[in-house]
Structure formats: structure tokens, C-alpha cells
Design a protein around this ligand. Sequence first.
Ligand code: ADP
Ligand code: MG
Length: 342
Amino acid sequence: MDTKRTDVNKLGEFGLIEHLTKQAELKNPSSVYGIGDDAAVIKSSSGLSVVSTDMLVEGIHFDLMYTPLKHLGYKAVVVNLSDIYAMNALPKQITVSIAISNRFSVEALEELYEGIHQACAFYNVDLVGGDTTSSLKGLYISVTAIGEVEVDKIAYRNTAKVGDLICVTGSLGAAYLGLQILEREKQVYISSPGVQPELGESKYLIERQLKPEARRDMINLFSKNQLVPTAMIDISDGLASELFHICKQSGVGAYIEETGVPIHPEAEQMAIKFKLDPITCALSGGEDYELLFTVRPEDLEKVKFMPDIYIMGEVVALEDGIKLHTKGGNIHDLQAQGWRHF
Ligand code: ADP
Ligand code: MG
């Protein structure tokens, strides 16, 4: 498979950092100084700065048996940018820290950084620093993203109001089903390594798992339409669990129509193949990196005509709880089963 394998010790720590980051060009005016000094230098905007960090651990958050390193690099960046967009902010800079065992060659890390640089180019963010160290076992990646937002545009989780509309972007459930397919093929491979994986017809679902995108387009759309969500969160753990966060932190309840929950048709079909309930996959699947947000009722006309936005329900009083109105006509408490890695 690997034709060339260069040991990282050949380059040394500084040589490796130089090698992996040499193509990091600064694109944003606020990135004053990037890699190379004790700290990166960022020019403050007149608005607010937002900062978010996520750490990914091999064997916990990703499985290198079916995750190409390039995709992993891309996804590690995207999931952080998604957190910045979820504040209605625009990411400008990232730092990337890695801990690597001696299993990883320079070529392997080049692949990881290819994905990182690709995400930086696509989302117009600058890689301005990081840290490189060794680990006894496995790969660790921590990405920190820094963004900017005007003071009157920031969207917190704790500011949803009774009467607001509950909206979601895109469609849900696909990333979870993509993961189920990859896990299934991994088991097939473990029991009979010669068998080729059957991934072809599930390209969309697998891509949603391995190479998700963050909804920068929605933040731009909000801005163009002068819409400021009253509250917002990105969907990393599943719609139900994220809705619970907004409700708990805002001190409100929610009423959701099952018919309003967008599920991709391929996700729906695959759920049925796996004998899973499609709505449960959409509500609790996670890793979709869509945006869940609330808007004032007077903004209905705005959101109604925006592409790829679905109005699912309404914010209600705390004592009314968090309810799902099913297709069958029943109303019951929404179950939140976020993913726990512990
Ligand atoms: P220090 O000893 O001050 O921590 P380092 O030698 O770790 O400095 O890093 C030198 C420069 O390279 C710094 O600008 C740092 O932010 C950057 N850097 C280190 N590791 C990485 C990495 N994995 N990705 C991007 N930049 C990195
Ligand atoms: Mg360092």
C-alpha cells in the first residue's frame, strides 16, 4: 500500500512542523502573524471573538480502519468550524495540535495535513499555529477555531423565547447510517479479509460520515436576509439532544412535529434495511453538523422562503415539556439519547 515510509525522526520535530505547515498561507486580514513565533498574532475586530476547541482521540472518535487520514484532517477542522458557525460567527483562524505514536510516518501525516489544508482553503480560514508531540499509542488531534461576529448578531443557546419557531437546516440521520455501513463492512473485513467492501451504492451516506461539511452557507444566508436566530446550536450529538440543550439553557419547552423533521430519502431507506426506525436515526443519530435554531415568529416569512431550512415546531413554556407530535397522531415526550463515548 504505502510505497514510501519516512520516519518522523528523520525530519525532527521542527523539520516536521515546517514540512507539514509550509503551505499555510494567511488569507484573512485579521491573521497578523501565523506559524513560527511563540504565539500567533490576531487583530481584534470591533465585534466579538469566539473560540472553540475539540479533541479527537483514535479509537474513541475515529477508527483508522475505515477513516482515510485526509478525511480525518478535513473533518477535524470542519467540526470545529461548525461550532463557530453555530454562534452565527465566521471562523478566521485555527490551530492544530497533534500527538503521534511512532506508527505514523511523515507520509501519513502529510495526508492528514492535506485534509486540514483543504478545509482551510474551502472555508477561508488560516492555520496559524499548533503543537506537535508524541504519544505512546494512537493519534490525537485537537483543533481550536477562532471566529468573529458583530455584537448584535451573536446567537447563544440560552436565548430562545416562548413562541419562537424551531428550525433545522439540511437533513438528518445520514451520517449515523454512514457509520453503520462502515462498521458493518469492518466486521465483514475482520471475519474475511479478502472480501471487498460493499460501499458503492451508499456513497452519499458514507460521505456524510467521513467528510461532513459545516453550514457556512446558512450563516451567509442569514446575514443576507438580516435574520438573527434567537438561539442556535450545531447538531453533533443528535437533534433531540441539541434541542434539550437549547430548552434547558433557555428555560423553555418545545413542541416538534415529526412530519417536520427532515430525513434524507437514502437515510430513510438504509435505516429500514438496518431495521432501525428512520425517525430515531434522524432525532438521535448525530454527526450531521446541521444547524438547529430558533427565530422570532415575525421572521416566519423570511425562513419560509429560505432554501434547505425546515420549520419543525415551536418553543413553548417550560412546564409544557419537550414533546413530539408523531405521524400517527400521538404526542409524547421527546427522548434524547445523545452519544456517549464513555
Ligand atoms: P513552542 O516550543 O513555543 O511550543 P513549537 O516548536 O511547538 O513552539 O512550535 C513552533 C511553531 O509551529 C509555533 O508557531 C506553533 O504554533 C507551530 N506549530 C507547532 N506544531 C504545529 C502543528 N502541528 N500544526 C501547525 N502549527 C504548529
Ligand atoms: Mg509547542
